[in-house]
Design a protein around this ligand. Sequence first.
Ligand code: HEM
Ligand SMILES: *[C@@H]1O[C@H](CO)[C@@H](O)[C@H](O)[C@H]1NC(C)=O
Ligand SMILES: *[C@@H]1O[C@H](CO)[C@@H](O)[C@H](O)[C@H]1NC(C)=O
Ligand SMILES: *[C@@H]1O[C@H](CO)[C@@H](O)[C@H](O)[C@H]1NC(C)=O
Ligand SMILES: *[C@@H]1O[C@H](CO)[C@@H](O)[C@H](O)[C@H]1NC(C)=O
Ligand SMILES: *[C@@H]1O[C@H](CO)[C@@H](O)[C@H](O)[C@H]1NC(C)=O
Length: 326
Amino acid sequence: MKRSSCYNGYSLFLTTLMLCVVARSQLTTDFYSTTCPNLLQIVRREVQKAIKFETRMAASLIRLHFHDCFVNGCDASVLLDGNDGEKFALPNINSARGFEVVDAIKTAVESQCSGVVSCADILAIAARDSVLLSGGKSWRVLLGRRDGLVANQTGANAKLPSPFEDVDTIINKFAAVGLNIIDVVALSGAHTIGQARCATFNNRLFNFSGTGAPDSTMESSMVSDLQNLCPLTDDGNKTTALDRNSTDLFDNHYFQNLLNSKGLLSSDQELFSSTNLTTKVLVQAYSANQNLFLNDFANSMIRMGNISPLTGSSGEIRKKCSVVNS
Ligand code: HEM
Ligand SMILES: *[C@@H]1O[C@H](CO)[C@@H](O)[C@H](O)[C@H]1NC(C)=O
Ligand SMILES: *[C@@H]1O[C@H](CO)[C@@H](O)[C@H](O)[C@H]1NC(C)=O
Ligand SMILES: *[C@@H]1O[C@H](CO)[C@@H](O)[C@H](O)[C@H]1NC(C)=O
Ligand SMILES: *[C@@H]1O[C@H](CO)[C@@H](O)[C@H](O)[C@H]1NC(C)=O
Ligand SMILES: *[C@@H]1O[C@H](CO)[C@@H](O)[C@H](O)[C@H]1NC(C)=O
């Protein structure tokens, strides 16, 4: 296996795929070192508290950062309240969660360093801490993002990937924000923790794509289990673990599940079962090598966190994460 290092000394994989398109970041790890020296400890403490109260919160916080970054860049637009907010876009409504935890972190941060730390940066740090506290590997979070002034519901509907889309469509959505195939597969590994509603996978259980049968790429005992959990008469709001092997642990079992036809979402299983050999080889590599996965995941999170940040005097530092300053 050929390996090369791309940047930052992290090991990446599949030299032939390497795009190395990330522009040199304007963000820095020490952005708040004088203005809010205890920032990282404050966020860590609050995230730890929230996860202790509810284990799933780690997953919910990671997803918020992802859903923020794919729409208008990482600018905390996902946090804004209002009828035209991203919260009401299809990928978020009845599923995006953790907003009150973000508010609690912000309150704790404001009490020590008022008006200097952006909500977008809080999301990035909270996502990193959530990975680490769930058993994953840490990384140094780049900081200095500012908060956006508008949300974009249309953008959230258009840009966030759907579990019903095929691999090519999802790869294209990642490419649209500057992320490559390695990022697609590595970041999908976030589904090693957290939950999904029946509505996001029940199309696979009874009459998949008009075949009159369940999705043949789902293992049969898992099909029966999920048919019981998600009868067609149900409203689709019940949830189950995205990784049924080690639900709360940030490990590579998500990828091992895919090899065993135990991916929950169609978009998960397709990474292994579609005709695209590139994603399949990556799934196999991550399923065999947890360290490779955790390193690539950290690297891809840094790349995702770099999507179109507002810097300098663009945007603002929100006082409250759910509303723009008056
Ligand atoms: C590759 C395309 C992706 C698709 C199609 C997708 C789709 C989904 C869906 C449908 C759910 C369940 C939502 C619900 O119950 O309504 C979910 C949950 C989740 N997603 Fe993704 N996702 C993708 C990529 C990512 C990425 C890149 C991350 C983060 C790096 C991520 C992190 C999560 C987490 C942690 C959860 C569980 C959240 C919770 O339990 O609150 N996903 N995803
Ligand atoms: C919102 O997103 C849509 C679709 O991506 C885009 O066409 C539009 O310009 C965006 N609007 C704003 C205000 O950013
Ligand atoms: C499955 O769906 C197809 C297309 O929607 C439909 O024609 C067919 O009757 C369905 N089969 C069963 C067994 O429900
Ligand atoms: C799920 O729950 C939400 C909020 O409780 C409700 O509005 C919705 O109608 C339910 N059903 C579906 C399929 O989302
Ligand atoms: C999870 O996967 C491991 C390794 O494949 C296996 O030994 C273990 O029994 C599985 N655990 C569950 C709960 O499925
Ligand atoms: C997988 O998809 C990517 C992006 O669409 C494409 O560039 C690549 O050629 C595909 N690989 C295979 C083996 O189908």
